[in-house]
Design a binder for this molecule. Sequence first.
Ligand code: PAF
Length: 278
Amino acid sequence: MKTILIQTKKELIDYKDSLPKDSIIGLVPTMGALHNGHKSLIECSRKKDTQTIVSIFVNPTQFGENEDFSKYPRDLNKDFKLCEENGVAVVFAPNPTEMYPKDDEISLRPPKNMGYTHEGFIREGHFDGVLRIVLKLLHLSTPHHAYFGEKDAQQLLIIKRLIQDTFLKTKIIPCPTQRDIDGLALSSRNIYLSKEERLEALKIPTALKKIAEAVQKGELKTSILIELAKIELENLNVEYLDICDHDLNPIAYIQKNSSIALIAAKVGKTRLLDNLWL
Ligand code: PAF
């Protein structure tokens, strides 16, 4: 199958209309700078779907004024090649005016309790922007399945709520976080890290590992687990370290399969996120 590059809404709709009725469409929404984490989302889709659409769009509305929107890594040729090599049917790479033809448009807000804590607290308006673009992408590609990494845990949980609250039919498929051999969670922003910073960054997965090991041994009290992680994160600029339920409410004790440990830390100028689904 040859990968097609599509840059307009009309072409994407025409493409979908041209597909056989029994096609199963999978959407992998990305902002490009594709790495093995994205590749694993594509592979999940290739197993389940007859057509995989990868969207590549650095979404301006989810970046704050002082964030890295203009600096965010962009290399469409390289990304397209990765998609071609992995059997993607369509790369949808629109420009900003295609996705946001009007300056002033309908806005969307995440639920109060889960949208304005953690990432939503530090990055004001971030999830409003994520919801706007994801809803548009879902409407344009009407996928049976849409794939999101567990690494962006809060995003994944909020997008699941988007589906529930707006009665969309797409099934959200969470995919496990991919890590480098040193344990660092894959992220497009890892390229900003110097060698020394990368070593510092490894404190994050180590802290999460400490939590996982303690839970395995039967420690369920979150205040104790947080203290254990804090020791590993010493001297790191930690923005939050928290253990919550899936609505992002803090909890006193871990409840198996419905708890999550979240860490955000700044290493040099780079913000890194990681988490552990418990
Ligand atoms: O996770 C991302 O890369 C982005 O937030 C997403 C879901 C593609 C929306 O722009």
